[in-house]
Write a protein that binds this ligand. Structure first.
Ligand code: ZN
Length: 327
């Protein structure tokens, strides 16, 4: 009999966007996250793979992007992560409302499961929200005029859009080990064991399918504790009738991928080794890091990539932010 396994929650979320600088300006400049790794898509070395998170890029805080100016605009819908939820300290929501207002980023205020959310979109149309929560390790990163005590701690969770919610729910409960925590307004809430990236909402009724492209989430990764745990996860996923990929070395974690029957691409990723294994913690994200197997092509790879810069965006409208075309 297989062991009963439980993930701590979200490890990272990966999306498609178009413009690399607009992506950096939004996630570092507006949201104040740290660019913790500047590398390339290992499966498509002509585009960046940018990782943003807390000061260390801890699991549960990492959002990653493949910026590709030629990518077609996608449609958010079933078979995707529909909304990515960030948590801030209790009492910080007013700061964020003011900040988004100052930066002229429209937002709406909504409530569910007794919490108040502000919802907005990034430059590519990805749906994001911020909620206050006492849970989660406070951020030690302060950037772009956001004091650490107001800063985003990491993911609170995500809203999954499924075309077969019963199937998605079954995977969450029976494979990933989440527990049902509530139901409200067409959403069913599940809770993982960790204190970040741990509240996952799923649509209760099937929705129309989305189309992959810029402005949509490509996959969501769940946490495995270590390499041994990861191997156990692979067997467990397979034993439950899914077809996981072999274990792939993504340099900053090991990964397996499988598509659940509600259409969403799931990954399980290891907490180790993390982002400080190929550059010092104090300089994360500053240099373009390539895996060994691409080092021989560094000159060609660099020539192909647009230069990007992590910029402070405090005062708006300023020329920096308003000059970037909104798609
Ligand atoms: Zn991934």
């Amino acid at each position: 009999m297989s062991p009963v396994m439980k993930t701590a929650g979200i490890h990272h979320i990966t999306s498609f966007v178009r413009d690399a600088q607009a992506n950096v300006d939004f996630y570092a400049g507006v949201l104040g996250l740290r660019l913790v790794k500047k590398t390339i898509n290992f499966d498509a070395p002509e585009v960046y793979h940018l990782y943003f998170g807390n000061e260390a890029g801890s699991p549960g805080t990492i959002i990653t992007f493949f910026p590709n100016p030629y990518s077609r605009k996608g449609v958010i819908g079933a078979g995707q992560v529909g909304v990515t939820t960030y948590i801030v300290p209790v009492g910080a929501l007013d700061f964020w409302k003011e900040r988004l207002t100052t930066l002229k980023i429209p937002f709406t205020e909504t409530a569910r499961f007794s919490e108040t959310y502000i919802k907005f979109e990034d430059r590519d149309g990805l749906h994001l929200e911020i909620v206050e929560r006492a849970e989660g390790t406070p951020s030690a990163w302060s950037f772009s005029g956001i004091p650490a005590d107001k800063a985003i701690k990491g993911f609170g969770g995500a809203v999954l859009f499924s075309y077969a919610p019963d199937k998605t729910i079954q995977v969450l409960e029976e494979v990933l080990g989440l527990e049902k925590a509530g139901q409200e307004a067409g959403l069913i809430r599940f809770k993982a064991e960790g204190d970040m990236g741990n509240l996952i909402d799923v649509n209760a009724e099937p929705m129309e399918r989305g189309i992959m492209g810029s402005g949509t989430v490509h996959h969501i990764a769940w946490r495995a504790k270590d390499y041994e745990d990861h191997e156990a996860w692979r067997s467990y996923v397979e034993h439950n009738g899914f077809h996981p990929t072999p274990i792939i070395d993504r340099k900053y974690f090991h990964a397996i991928y499988f598509r659940e029957d509600g259409g969403i691409l799931f990954e399980i990723a290891t907490d180790p080794p993390g982002f400080a294994q190929d550059e010092p913690q104090a300089h994360l994200g500053e240099a373009l890091m390539l895996p060994e197997w691409f080092e021989g092509h560094r000159a060609d790879i660099e020539k192909n990539l647009p230069p990007i810069q992590v910029r402070v965006l405090n005062h708006s409208p300023d020329e920096t932010y308003s000059s970037v075309e909104i798609q």
